[in-house]
Write a protein that binds this ligand. Structure first.
Ligand SMILES: NC(=O)c1ccc[n+]([C@@H]2O[C@H](COP(=O)([O-])OP(=O)(O)OC[C@H]3O[C@@H](n4cnc5c(N)ncnc54)[C@H](O)[C@@H]3O)[C@@H](O)[C@H]2O)c1
Ligand SMILES: [Fe+2]
Length: 382
C-alpha cells in the first residue's frame, strides 16, 4: 500500500498575494506573523507584501531576522514573537529559509523544545500534534526549494549542528502563492543556484527507486521547464514568463520529491551546515559528479532507460553523457565548478563524507551508496 499526496492549493500569477490575503481572512485568522529576512526588507518586497496583507484588515507582525541556512535560534526568536503578539497564523515570505523557518516556528510556538526531538530521521514526527499547528501560508521569492508545497522544514538544530528535517503533514502551507514579479530582482547568481536545486529535486525524484508514476511525470515536465526557462531567467531577471515557469517548476520539484531524493542532496547538506555554502550552489557543484558516478555504476536496464529519458530532455548537442550535459548546463549559468574554488578545504572531505552518509536522502538514491562512494564524489567535485 502506498499513499500519494498532491493536496496543495496554488495561486499563480498577478494578484496571487491579494487573493491569498482574502483567503487567510476567510479562513478565520486575525493576527499574522510575517516571517522573512533582512534582504527582503531591504529590497522592499517585505513592505509591499505586508501592506497587501494588511489591506484586508489582517494585523501583521513582522519577524525579519531569519538567516540563510536557518538555525534553532532563528526559530526560537520567531516563536517568541508569535506568542508575544498572540498570533494565529504565519506567512513565510522569501526563499526556502524564511518559509522553512515559518513552518518550524508554528511547531516551536505550540510544542515544547528542543527541536532535535522532532528530527524526522529519528521518527520525531510522532511527537507532533497536528491539531495544535496554526495555519501556514507561503509566498516564495526564489524558485528552487519548493518548500511552499512541502510538508517539511529544514533547520540546523543545536544538538546536531547539521541540517535537520522536521516533517509533519500539517506543516504543509495551506496556500502556495506564486507571483512571478516577486522573483524579478533575485540576482542572477541566486537565480541560477536555486534553479539548479529545483532541477536536482526533479532529477533525483525521477531516478529514485519505487513506483510513483505521478511523481515521475511531474519530475520530467519540471526538468523540461527548467532547461528551457532557467537560462532565460538568469540572463534577464525581468523575463516574467521565464520567472513564472521557474516558480511552477520549483513547486513541481518539491511535489515530485515526495518519492525520494538521492545522494546529491546528502552530499549537499553538509556543505551548507559545515561550510556555509548556499543549498542550491552546493547541489550545482555536485550535479555533474553525482550523475557521473551513477553512469559509471552497474545499472540495470530500467535504470539505464531512466538516465536516457532525462538525457533526451536536453537540447541536442554532441555530448553523450548526462554528466557532460549537466556540466555544460551548470557552467553556462556562470556557476564555477570546484568545491575548492568555493572555499572548501580538502581536509574537510572525510568529515563531510561521514556526515553525508548519516543524511537520509541517499536512502532513496537510484543505487545504494557507501561512505567511500560519497567521498569519491566529493573528491571528484573538489
Ligand atoms: N523544505 C524543503 O523541502 C526544502 C527543500 C530544499 C531546500 N530547503 C532549504 O531551503 C533553504 C534555501 O532556500 P533558498 O535556496 O530559497 O535560499 P534562501 O531562502 O536562503 O535565500 C537566499 C538569498 O536570496 C535572498 N533572496 C530571496 N528572495 C529574493 C528576492 N526576490 N530578491 C532578492 N534577494 C532574494 C535571500 O534574502 C537570501 O539572502 C536551505 O536552508 C535549504 O536547506 C528546504
Ligand atoms: Fe534541495
Amino acid at each position: 500500500m502506498q499513499q500519494f499526496n498532491y493536496p496543495t492549493t496554488i495561486y499563480f500569477g498577478d494578484g496571487a498575494v491579494k487573493a491569498c490575503a482574502q483567503s487567510i481572512k476567510k479562513q478565520g485568522a486575525k493576527k499574522v506573523l510575517l516571517v522573512t529576512d533582512a534582504t527582503l526588507v531591504n529590497v522592499g518586497i517585505a513592505k509591499q507584501v505586508e501592506s497587501e496583507l494588511s489591506d484586508t484588515g489582517l494585523d501583521i507582525f513582522l519577524y525579519a531576522d531569519v538567516h540563510p541556512n536557518p538555525t534553532e535560534a532563528d526559530v526560537e526568536q520567531g516563536a517568541q514573537c508569535y506568542i508575544q503578539h498572540q498570533c494565529d497564523a504565519l506567512v513565510g515570505l522569501g526563499g526556502g529559509s524564511p518559509i522553512d523557518t515559518a513552518k518550524v516556528i508554528a511547531l516551536a510556538a505550540t510544542h515544547p523544545g528542543p527541536l532535535a526531538q522532532y528530527d524526522d530521521a529519528q521518527g520525531g514526527d510522532r511527537l507532533i500534534n497536528g491539531s495544535l499547528l496554526p495555519p501556514i501560508y507561503a509566498i516564495p521569492t526564489t524558485a528552487g526549494t519548493g518548500s511552499e508545497v512541502g510538508r517539511s522544514g529544514v533547520i540546523i538544530t543545536r544538538k546536531s549542528n547539521s541540517k535537520t528535517v522536521i516533517f509533519h503533514p500539517h506543516l504543509m502551507p495551506r496556500i502556495a502563492v506564486l507571483e512571478p514579479r516577486l522573483t524579478e530582482v533575485l540576482p542572477p547568481t541566486i537565480t541560477a543556484a536555486t534553479g539548479i536545486d529545483a532541477f536536482v529535486h526533479c532529477l533525483e525524484a525521477y531516478l529514485a527507486p519505487g513506483f510513483h508514476p505521478m511523481a515521475d511525470g511531474i519530475a520530467l515536465e519540471g526538468m523540461a521547464l527548467i532547461l528551457k526557462h532557467l537560462p532565460r531567467a538568469v540572463t534577464d531577471g525581468h523575463d516574467l514568463e521565464a520567472r513564472g515557469a521557474m516558480q511552477i517548476a520549483a513547486s513541481m520539484g518539491a511535489t515530485a520529491f515526495q518519492k525520494g531524493l538521492g545522494m546529491i542532496h546528502s552530499l549537499a547538506h553538509p556543505l551548507s551546515s559545515e561550510c556555509g555554502l548556499h543549498h542550491g550552489l552546493a547541489n550545482a557543484l555536485l550535479l555533474p559528479f553525482g550523475t557521473e558516478f551513477l553512469e559509471q555504476s552497474d545499472l540495470n536496464a530500467e535504470q539505464k532507460r531512466r538516465i536516457k529519458r532525462v538525457l533526451q530532455l536536453f537540447p541536442a548537442t554532441s555530448e553523450s553523457t548526462l554528466a557532460d550535459l549537466c556540466r555544460t548546463f551548470v557552467t553556462q549559468l556562470n556557476i564555477q565548478l570546484g568545491l575548492k574554488q568555493q572555499g572548501v578545504s580538502q581536509r574537510q572531505l572525510i568529515l563531510l563524507s561521514k556526515m553525508a552518509y548519516l543524511d537520509p536522502c541517499h536512502h532513496t538514491n537510484m543505487i545504494p551508496v557507501t561512505e567511500a562512494d560519497l567521498l569519491q564524489v566529493y573528491t571528484q567535485a573538489y
